[in-house]
Design a protein around this ligand. Structure first.
Ligand SMILES: *[C@@H]1O[C@H](CO)[C@@H](O)[C@H](O)[C@H]1NC(C)=O
Ligand SMILES: *[C@@H]1O[C@H](CO)[C@@H](O)[C@H](O)[C@H]1NC(C)=O
Ligand SMILES: *[C@@H]1O[C@H](CO)[C@@H](O)[C@H](O)[C@H]1NC(C)=O
Ligand SMILES: *[C@@H]1O[C@H](CO)[C@@H](O)[C@H](O)[C@H]1NC(C)=O
Ligand SMILES: *[C@@H]1O[C@H](CO)[C@@H](O)[C@H](O)[C@H]1NC(C)=O
Ligand SMILES: *[C@@H]1O[C@H](CO)[C@@H](O)[C@H](O)[C@H]1NC(C)=O
Ligand SMILES: *[C@@H]1O[C@H](CO)[C@@H](O)[C@H](O)[C@H]1NC(C)=O
Ligand SMILES: *[C@@H]1O[C@H](CO)[C@@H](O)[C@H](O)[C@H]1NC(C)=O
Ligand SMILES: *[C@@H]1O[C@H](CO)[C@@H](O)[C@H](O)[C@H]1NC(C)=O
Ligand SMILES: *[C@@H]1O[C@H](CO)[C@@H](O)[C@H](O)[C@H]1NC(C)=O
Length: 439
């Protein structure tokens, strides 16, 4: 104990002598506090800041100042003393390394901590050796961290669960304020604040209690607001209904618009076809929010039961099935329509070709025959008439022609029977016939 206190005691010797002298030569004068006041700047000290303990005095001719911790003047509690006459500052045992004593008696404490909270006593000595003392107070407040809202139930069910929201972390001498939807708390029997207002209880939550919630923590040196907190209230969504612009449509026609009707907000919509998740085929389009399905053009494959499903985080619900009927012509007739007319065209073309070739062959044959006949006529005049008629019947070009014509006619009849739509076959046949006949 003795060695550490030794040096400070040595430094204090002149002071002790002065005080002794004061008590010996002038009778003890009670401290006249009216002339000495202490001001703390700033008055509300935040942890980590610098604080001045200002000494206001009207006293002239001062000999010295001495600051002590606590409310009493004790050497062991001396922070620092200063002698005006010799301009010397002396540190005491209570000096923490962060204090500075100015010649005007003011004490600076840097980087205050909550441990610095307490009383500080200043003793001043006048050059007539009279003393005065005054005690000041310092309260160091913590700087609050930004609060965070926590819930004891992250996904409460509507009309079922009670949720406790807490504004944390807990700090001393802090007051709390809450907001819902950026407005002060409504007057509701389902809302209850704890006595310190740090916790907010929401009884029987509804989807309207989603929030956002904000809490504010406040102490003399700081105000901090939480980030908005949203309560994820779960509820069963109501069943949607499905509507169609037309439930009976003809194939290749359209559009058919199916609309999923729901009163829920913030839900997602899915579509089902024949009980299976709908695969979008060509012609099908969904609106941006998936609430309408448009089919254009309609195919017979689109006929069947449609359903829509609305869902939120908590639940989902499907509409009743809605049946789409698609009318179309029976398969064989409609599918052979085009190919039949194509066949007709091909056959007619082929027959026309054959006819022309036959006509050409016949023409050449006639020419050759005529030439031969003319030559014969030149030599055999008498038998020319007979030969002509004989040649006509013998070579029988008319017969060939007749066969050609009948087969043509037959083909045309056949085609006529098959073709439903107006086909150019009859006129064609007639033309071919007339051509052949001429030749
Ligand atoms: C007191 O001493 C300090 C250095 O220790 C000096 O800067 C200052 O000017 C002196 N003040 C007076 C009034 O002599
Ligand atoms: C004493 O001096 C300090 C440092 O110069 C200054 O900040 C403070 O205001 C002064 N005190 C008074 C009471 O004037
Ligand atoms: C949350 O706290 C309330 C009130 O104490 C309680 O009724 C509820 O069951 C708690 N929820 C959970 C998930 O612990
Ligand atoms: C809280 O306030 C009380 C009374 O004012 C005080 O005694 C206590 O030291 C304060 N605590 C803090 C951490 O400031
Ligand atoms: C809340 O409502 C109750 C009952 O209607 C009423 O007595 C009370 O004054 C209201 N409180 C506020 C702050 O409006
Ligand atoms: C919460 O709901 C229960 C059951 O429906 C009911 O008994 C209770 O009074 C409700 N609490 C509040 C604060 O409305
Ligand atoms: C939510 O608020 C709306 C509008 O204020 C109201 O119509 C609805 O009934 C409320 N829903 C619940 C479950 O409280
Ligand atoms: C439904 O579609 C069918 C076939 O396309 C049509 O005959 C009928 O007029 C349509 N009905 C309505 C109400 O549009
Ligand atoms: C939507 O609300 C209206 C009126 O509240 C109601 O008539 C209708 O049936 C509801 N529709 C659905 C799909 O829930
Ligand atoms: C619409 O549905 C598709 C597929 O079903 C999905 O990927 C998409 O997110 C949905 N869009 C919306 C807005 O719900």
């Amino acid at each position: 104990m003795e060695p550490p206190s030794g040096p400070s005691r040595r430094r204090c010797v002149p002071w002790k002598r002065l005080l002794l002298a004061a008590s010996l030569f002038t009778f003890w004068t009670p401290p006249t506090t009216a002339r000495l006041t202490i001001e703390t700047v700033p008055p509300l000290a935040a942890e980590g800041s610098d604080v001045l303990l200002l000494a206001h005095t009207v006293t002239e001719n001062l000999l010295g100042y001495a600051w002590h911790t606590g409310e009493r003047v004790e050497n062991s509690r001396l922070i620092a003393s200063y002698r005006v006459d010799i301009n010397v500052t002396t540190k005491g045992p209570a000096h923490s390394g962060r204090e500075t004593l100015y010649p005007n008696g003011t004490l600076l404490i840097q980087h205050v901590t909550q441990k610095d909270t307490g009383s500080y006593t200043l003793l001043i000595t006048r050059d007539d050796l009279q003393t005065e003392r005054q005690t000041g107070h310092l309260h160091v407040h913590p700087v609050l961290p930004t609060p965070v809202i926590t819930s004891n139930n992250s996904s409460p069910w509507e009309h079922k669960d009670t949720v406790v929201l807490t504004c944390g972390p807990e700090t001393q001498n802090t007051s709390y304020i809450w907001w819902i939807n950026y407005q002060s708390l409504p007057n509701s029997t389902r809302l209850e604040l704890s006595e310190d207002k740090r916790t907010l209880t929401v009884f029987n939550v509804t989807r309207n209690d989603t929030g956002p919630y904000v809490c504010e923590a406040r102490n003399p040196v700081s105000v901090r607001r939480s980030d908005p907190f949203t309560l994820n209230v779960l509820y069963p969504v109501a069943r949607p209904s499905l509507q169609a612009s037309n439930t009976t449509v003809t194939e290749h026609e359209g559009p058919v618009v199916l609309t999923c009707l729901t009163n829920e907000t913030g839900v997602s919509i899915r579509w089902f076809f024949e009980g299976q998740s709908l695969l979008l085929t060509r012609g099908m389009t969904l609106s941006l929010d998936n609430s309408t399905l448009t089919i254009d053009p309609v195919s017979r494959k689109d006929a069947g039961d449609y359903q829509c499903e609305v869902s939120n985080r908590g639940s989902s619900s499907k509409s009743d099935p809605l049946r789409l009927h698609v009318k179309y012509k029976p398969t064989p007739e409609s599918s052979s329509d085009l190919s039949a007319s194509a066949i007709v065209g091909i056959v007619i073309g082929a027959v026309a070709g054959v006819g022309l070739i036959a006509a050409l062959v016949y023409f050449l044959y006639i020419r050759e025959t005529r030439r031969a006949t003319e030559q014969r006529d030149l030599t055999e005049h008498k038998s020319s008439d007979h030969n002509h008629s004989q040649g006509h019947s013998d070579s029988s070009p008319e017969k060939v022609n007749e066969i050609e014509y009948s087969s043509l006619n037959f083909n045309a009849q056949e085609l006529k029977k098959k073709a439903t739509s107006a086909s150019p076959s009859p006129t064609h046949t007639e033309t071919i016939y007339s051509e052949v006949k001429k030749q």
